[in-house]
Design a protein around this ligand. Structure first.
Ligand SMILES: Cc1cc2nc3c(=O)[nH]c(=O)nc-3n(C[C@H](O)[C@H](O)[C@H](O)COP(=O)(O)OP(=O)(O)OC[C@H]3O[C@@H](n4cnc5c(N)ncnc54)[C@H](O)[C@@H]3O)c2cc1C
Length: 308
C-alpha cells in the first residue's frame, strides 16, 4: 500500500481532524465533488437528475460505528422514511446501509432486527436493500447477518471485497443462498496478513471472483454487481457476461457519484444496468478520506479548493 494511501486511511480515524475538516468551508466545497449535499433531498434531487440517462441510483447516509439503541432506532426510522420519499417521487433508487450504523457492534441479532423492517419495506417496492462491507474485523458478523436477513427476505444484497484473502471462500459459502453480490476491491486499511498489499493481486482476484459470479448467474444462482470504476475490469467482465450468455439485466455495474461519470452514461446508453451510489449526511469525514485514499491525486483538489 502506498504511503499516501496509508496516511489518508490513518487520518480517516482521527476525531480531531474530522471535527476540524467538517467545519471548514473549503473542505465542504471539495466534498461536493463526491456528494451532492448533506440532506436526503440533495441525494434524491441528484438521483432524479440521473433518470433521463437511465442511470439508477442507490443512496446511503454516511456514518459508521454508531452504538446505542436510540441511535440505531433513529437510523432505521430515517431509512424507512427515505423509502417513503423514494416511493412518492417514483425514483429508481435503492438503499445501501452500513451494519455498524444499525447495531452490529451490539450484536448480529440487534442489527438484523433493525435492518429487517427496512429490507421488508424496500422489497415491498420491488427494490433490493444493499448491505455494505466494513473493515475485516466485521466480515464474519456481516456474513452471518446477511444469511439471517436473506433467509427472511430474498431482496437483500451484500458487498464483498476482492482485497481480502478469504473472499473466494466466503463467496463459495454465500452461493448457497443465491446471493445478490456487489463485488468491490475494498476501501479500508487492512494488515498484510488479511489483504493483498499489492493492487495487482487485488485486481486479479477481482476478475476471478467476477467470473465466478457470472458463472453462478448463468445457472440462476447469483445476481452479480460489479462495483468498480476500473474500466479495464468492467469491460472485461461485460464481455465475459456476453460470452456466457448472461444478459444485461442479469447483472449490474455500480459506481460512485462524481467518479467516471461519462463512463456511467456510456454503459447505460449501451443498455447495461448501471447504478450510481450517492452519499449524503453530515458525518462524511471518514468516508471522504477513503475516497481521497483511493486516488491520492484528489488531495490536490482539496488543496485547490482551499484557495478558491
Ligand atoms: C457502488 C460501490 C459501493 C462500494 N461499497 C463498498 C463497501 O461496502 N465496502 C468497501 O470496502 N468498499 C466499497 N466501495 C469502495 C471500493 O472498495 C473501492 O475502494 C473503490 O471503488 C475504488 O476502487 P476501484 O474499484 O474503483 O478501483 P481503482 O483501481 O482504485 O480505481 C480505478 C480507476 O477509477 C478511478 N477512481 C477510483 N477511485 C477514485 C476516486 N476516489 N476519485 C477519482 N477517481 C477514482 C481512477 O481513475 C482509477 O484509476 C464501493 C465502491 C462502489 C463503486
Amino acid at each position: 500500500m502506498s504511503l499516501a494511501r496509508s496516511a489518508l486511511l490513518r487520518a480517516s480515524k482521527s476525531p480531531w481532524l474530522a471535527s476540524q475538516m467538517t467545519q471548514r468551508a473549503f473542505a465542504r466545497r471539495a466534498v461536493k465533488r463526491f456528494m451532492p449535499g448533506e440532506r436526503l433531498s440533495d441525494a434524491l434531487d441528484a438521483a432524479q437528475a440521473l433518470t433521463p440517462a437511465k442511470i439508477g441510483t442507490i443512496i446511503t447516509r454516511l456514518g459508521e460505528t454508531l452504538t446505542g439503541e436510540r441511535n440505531t432506532d433513529e437510523v432505521r426510522d430515517h431509512y424507512l422514511s427515505a423509502l417513503g420519499e423514494i416511493a412518492t417521487r417514483r425514483l429508481p433508487t435503492e438503499l445501501s446501509v452500513k451494519p455498524t450504523q444499525l447495531g452490529l457492534d451490539q450484536s448480529i441479532d440487534d442489527c438484523a432486527r433493525q435492518i429487517a423492517p427496512i429490507a421488508a419495506r424496500s422489497a415491498q417496492d420491488g427494490k433490493t436493500l444493499w448491505v455494505d462491507m466494513e473493515d475485516s474485523s466485521y466480515v464474519d458478523r456481516t456474513l452471518a447477518l446477511y444469511e439471517q436477513l436473506k433467509a427472511g427476505n430474498d431482496k437483500v444484497g451484500l458487498c464483498i471485497q476482492s482485497y481480502l484473502f478469504r473472499t473466494p471462500k466466503d463467496l463459495e459459502r454465500l452461493l448457497a443462498v443465491k446471493p445478490a453480490i456487489r463485488l468491490v476491491k475494498g476501501a479500508y486499511a487492512e494488515p498484510a496478513d488479511v489483504a493483498f498489499p499489492a493492487k495487482k493481486d487485488t485486481d486479479a482476484q477481482y476478475v476471478s471472483l467476477g467470473l465466478r459470479l457470472l458463472e453462478a448467474a448463468r445457472a440462476g444462482g447469483a445476481f452479480p454487481v460489479f462495483g468498480t470504476h476500473d474500466m479495464t475490469i468492467v469491460n472485461h467482465l461485460v464481455a465475459k457476461a456476453a460470452d456466457l450468455g448472461v444478459a444485461p439485466g442479469q447483472f449490474e455495474v455500480h459506481m460512485l457519484y462524481g467518479i467516471r461519470t461519462a463512463e456511467q452514461r456510456a454503459l447505460a446508453a449501451q443498455g447495461h444496468a448501471v447504478r450510481c451510489l450517492i452519499s449524503y449526511g453530515n458525518n462524511w469525514f471518514p468516508w471522504y478520506m477513503r475516497r481521497l485514499a483511493e486516488r491520492p491525486a484528489n488531495v490536490w483538489f482539496v488543496v485547490r479548493s482551499a484557495f478558491m
